[in-house]
Write a protein that binds this ligand. Structure first.
Ligand code: GRF
Length: 233
């Protein structure tokens, strides 16, 4: 049975679109997007869900938030939760109830450039301000602390000397869109799982980082192929 995924997103939802395309067209046996929920009523992610017939829920914030989220996830019989540009901390009781079943994408190589307040353009601003030559994408299991859980997958992205926040964000986002679906699919298939001592068992170490450095001349096909190869058994 395909796993039922809830995507939590606060923004425009381009990662949601990438996940939806992957599980609808390429890997429907692994999972389906069964719910989209957002802390923002006007999130592009909710509009995308509505256009595509996916149940879409604007989450209640404030005191009853954790209980309301638990109810929504249970009602939609959710197996896995994907955070795709979700800016809120997931309540501890939800993390406990779904341990090893909540996955986040972060637009940098954690533990660098992560943590509370490090989201969206701020991440890329900090990367440029630090003069970092390499950044990337991290997919990780979610625990009680922002951006801290076990790493499932990372992929490097070069920083060029003439990069702006926007050129860098766009290059990183292309990798997010390719890495996140594969990493989540591997979790859905049970090939990567969170161990009791907090490691991501089965996470691949066969990524070919050199491939990402061809990104200056956007070799999207190479990138997609190399990411897929890293997850091939
Ligand atoms: C992505 O860069 C994601 O990694 C970060 O926020 C951005 C969300 O973009 N946490 P989108 O809403 O998926 O388009």
């Amino acid at each position: 049975m395909p796993k039922r995924i809830a995507v939590l997103a606060s923004g425009r939802g381009s990662n949601l679109e990438a996940l939806y395309a992957h599980f609808t067209h390429r890997a429907p046996a692994d999972a389906q997007i069964a719910l989209v929920a957002s802390d923002k009523r006007d999130a592009g992610a909710l509009a995308f869900a509505e256009r595509n017939g996916i149940p879409a829920v604007a989450l209640e914030m404030g005191a009853g938030h954790a209980a309301a989220l638990a109810t929504v996830l249970a009602t939609h019989r959710i197996d896995l939760v994907a955070l795709a540009g979700y800016l809120r901390l997931v309540p501890a009781e939800i993390v406990r109830a779904y341990r090893g079943r909540i996955v986040n994408v972060h637009p940098a190589l954690l533990p660098a450039f992560g943590g509370k307040g490090m989201y969206g353009e701020r991440v890329h601003q900090a990367v440029l301000a630090a003069g970092a030559r390499v950044t990337g994408v991290t997919v990780h299991f979610v625990d009680e602390v922002y951006d801290r859980g076990a790493t499932i997958a990372q992929w490097p992205v070069p920083v060029f000397s003439d990069d702006t926040v926007h050129t860098l964000a766009a290059r990183v986002l292309r990798v997010e869109h390719r890495l996140f679906p594969h990493a989540l699919a591997a979790v859905a298939r049970g090939e990567i799982r969170l161990t009791d001592d907090g490691r991501a068992d089965g996470a691949p170490y066969r990524a070919r980082p050199d491939a990402a450095f061809a990104l200056g001349t956007p070799e999207d096909d190479d990138l997609a192929r190399n990411i897929a190869a890293a997850f091939a058994r």
